[in-house]
Design a binder for this molecule. Structure first.
Ligand code: OAD
Length: 239
């Protein structure tokens, strides 16, 4: 294990273009539940009831209750040493980009700058009818939230299942993956597309893949190094 960590550290520190992709696992030690683990959110709730445009059309109050519950939870937690280590790496690396699937804002709170949020941000709302978008950091959004522009219903500014990602954001992420010299894959089950495809894109374009995850995943077999440990324990050791 020690040797593997040293090899990973050397790759990370000597890489001209360092890119990281994170998932819910990086925030697990902050106290944010993951989605697919034993205590994962999708073990207790059905995605189709809470995180699809159809669910919002059918029962917006229920969907808002779910997001208010998550807002409340996230408002009470903070970043952990894994988030901080990525901030340190951004300062060290010649070029660094952080692509996250998380909507919890903890990377920004920790101080990461070149951040690509693939699935949106829980502290922003957008209109379900027009293009209005705004930051709203209230822990609980009173129902029904009304768009100040068109009177439509506001929704969380996050990507739901069955929806497309913002093309500009996705294109930026693809460009980073294509040009990465070293690509860190941290705390993601790598099953949700198109986020997971970034890993294959990086690999195909010659990146050295380092996975940090408690368990083997869909991309472990193509990783050059797989470290089975908590991100908060390993990432600070790579800085
Ligand atoms: P998942 O819940 O699918 O996966 C979390 C991963 O983190 C698992 O592979 C765990 O083994 C790993 N893990 C847990 N604790 C860890 C720790 N302390 N250190 C390192 N690894 C740890 O979460 P995501 O892959 O992020 O999408 O899920 C992807 C997307 O599915 C989310 O962005 C969300 C969800 O539904 C949308 O909402 C669109």
């Amino acid at each position: 294990m020690e040797e593997v960590i040293q090899e990973a550290k050397s790759k990370v520190l000597n890489s001209k273009r360092l890119v990281a992709l994170t998932g819910a696992g990086i925030s697990a030690e902050s106290g944010v539940p993951t989605f697919r683990g034993k205590d994962g959110i999708w073990q207790r709730h059905r995605v189709t009831d809470l995180a699809t445009p159809e669910a919002f059309a059918k029962d917006p109050k229920l969907v808002w209750e779910f997001y208010n519950w998550r807002r409340n939870l996230i408002s009470k937690v903070t970043y952990n040493p894994a988030h901080k280590a990525l901030v340190a790496l951004e300062k060290i690396a010649l070029h660094f980009a952080l692509i996250t699937q998380n909507i919890d804002d903890l990377h920004r709170k920790a101080g990461s700058k070149n951040l690509i949020e693939l699935h949106g941000n829980i502290w922003w709302v957008c209109c379900s009818r027009c293009r209005f978008k705004a930051e709203d950091r209230r822990v609980s959004i009173p129902f029904p939230p009304v768009c100040p522009e068109c009177g439509g219903m506001l929704r969380p500014n996050v990507v739901w299942f069955g929806e497309s990602l913002d093309m500009t954001i996705l294109n930026n992420a693809v460009k980073e993956a294509e040009r990465a010299e070293t690509f860190l894959v941290i705390g993601t089950s790598a099953v949700v597309q198109p986020a997971a495809s970034l890993i294959g894109i990086a690999k195909k374009n010659g990146a050295f893949l380092i996975e940090i995850n408690l368990e083997p995943t869909e991309v472990s077999s193509i990783s050059d190094i797989s470290i089975r440990e908590k991100a908060a324990k390993i990432l600070p050791r790579l800085t």
